[in-house]
Design a protein around this ligand. Sequence first.
Ligand SMILES: Cc1ncc(COP(=O)(O)O)c(C=O)c1O
Length: 480
Amino acid sequence: MSGTSRADPLHLKPNREQDAPIYLQLYRRYQEAIASGRLRPGDRVPSVRSLASELGLARGTVEVAYQMLVGEGYFVARGAAGTVVSPRLGNLADASRAKTSTPPPGPSPRPQAPDHGAQPFQLGVPALDAFPRKTWTRLAGHTLRTLETVAMSYPDPAGYGPLRRAIAAYLGIARGIACTAEQVFVTAGYRGALELVRRTLLRTGDLGWYEDPGYIFARQFLERAGMRLAPVPVDEEGLNVRLGRQRAAEARFAVVTPTHQSPTGVALSLPRRLELLEWARHRRAWIVEDDYDSEFRYQGRPLPALKSLDRNERVLYTGTFSKVLFPGLRLAYLVVPASQAGKFRDMVNHLPDPGSALPQAMVADFMEQGHFTRHLRRMRPLYATRRGYLADALARMPGGRLHVQPQAGGIHILARLLTRQGDKRLALAAQADGLAVQALSDWRMRKSSQGGLLMGFANFVTAEDAAAAVRRLEAVLERG
Ligand SMILES: Cc1ncc(COP(=O)(O)O)c(C=O)c1O
């Protein structure tokens, strides 16, 4: 980054006599300054407030110009750290020079993907550009103004009460889970939920079933916490329960992603669900249901949670706000069987709590005021479109190197490798080129000859973004 020099606002003084509205003049001046090299990638620009006051303009006018510049990838807003010229605009000068002669607004070519803080193909990161920041900001003020004094004291280690109630209500409607707020525990991310289960119900060294392939980060977390994990193969019906019983009948727990298996995307079939629940009943084992991105499904209706079939109180259900809001929140939750709620309540009193009540209060308000449902309603078609961008770009790739598995939901795609190239080596080469694809083999516990590449699509804002990333991936595959 090239320092924190500020653009001289005097050079940007707008002329009220000109035909173009003031925001447009500001917008163009910045484009020109970037194209001519007067402003370089990484340079800090004045805040909206200070520029507005220096130029004697309404804040809204400057804000509109800045929003256009952020939206088109010229600027990156970095919260308290200020707004900077996108560090990714290394090669922009020429393209931008050509562009300054054609007046915006209207769809403008974006030479490079805007900086969303996510690399192309980044897994697990939702569409950060589409997060309703304005609503969130408004809510922050509201939440602070209305926060009861009791919420400013030491927070409940089980989570902020209104958020627990909002989660229980949401799960009843959206996931078919009948639970009370007392069964809901707010945690610091999914790992916080796993840790709470481990500390409350399991002992170090206990054996558990783990999907193979399966979510690598939770696997590493559990192994480091001293749990033993038995790989259980996943096929087109999800976790193969019969093989689990054969290979590790004595297991005390199973961790599963029944809605969209991570990473293959398949759903656990109903016969397998019943078989798994029956095994848990019989063995008095615990099932951890990781329902991390069930909200996003593109074919058919969302499947009910496994927990909704749990008649014998063996399922511990986990959900996260990382996909439906944003991962920086670090907020997830655990729903425990009613019979275990007392034990969990006792345990949370002796563990690090899930963090500040403030973000929890904001999420509670966000849910209660209907923004959450609206946001989800908006994100589903958006993800379907972005998924289409990536699937189409991959389908146009020549050479029959990849086969995209049809997946009904989620925010990533799994492409099987049809060549004999090693997926780990390819993923490493792609990562060295700034592409965040991951190798399926890295998510496996047992070796397999079937390689694949995992690719997130949530942050492909346009078809061209996806096509450009796929072209770069193609070059990596060609180099082999
Ligand atoms: C399979 C799976 N489970 C759970 C999570 C959620 O983890 P967290 O709440 O820590 O963000 C993720 C996030 O990527 C995931 O991919």
